[in-house]
Design a protein around this ligand. Structure first.
Ligand SMILES: [Cu+2]
Length: 149
């Protein structure tokens, strides 16, 4: 269909990244170029696997004593998510530090419960804190690889 409309032969092979893509149709008729009005589509990464970050019992006493655990590992792909399981005795949150590739935040999660998942689309290292407890600043980190889910 693309070729029959005389459009750019590479258009259907473009690598699509998440974001807004602006499109115009192009045609050549009797040597003249014609362009349609511009339109846009939003491309989103699908939601993939979810890593569980667990705050262990005693987490509030300090990161060095009881660091969080990561299952199945501390690395996810773009489009994957994280959720917080709080196995400590008091409520905690998980807020990505400033300077991470994109903001992330899981609100206060009560003792013995698991939060909903939060999905990330940008590759890089995400350090996080529980902002309720100063002893849990820079509490842990995980990595989002450039690979798409
Ligand atoms: Cu906390």
């Amino acid at each position: 269909m693309c070729a029959s409309h005389g459009c750019c032969p590479g258009a259907d092979r473009a690598v699509i990244e998440p974001g807004t893509i602006y499109l115009r149709a192009h045609a050549i008729y009797q040597g003249e170029h014609f362009w349609s009005d511009e339109t846009s589509v939003v491309v989103e990464i699908g939601k993939g696997a979810v890593m569980t970050i667990t705050y262990q019992q005693g987490a509030v006493t300090g990161a060095s004593a009881r660091p969080p655990t990561y299952a199945p590992g501390s690395s996810i792909k773009r489009g994957d998510g994280i959720k917080l399981t709080n196995s400590d005795a008091v409520g905690h949150n998980l807020v990505c530090n400033s300077g991470t590739p994109e903001p992330c935040s899981i609100g206060t999660t009560a003792s013995g419960t698991t939060s909903a998942a939060v999905y990330l689309t940008k590759a890089g290292t995400y350090a996080f804190s529980c902002t309720l407890h100063t002893s849990m600043a820079n509490f842990g980190s995980f990595t989002v690889t450039n690979e798409l889910n």
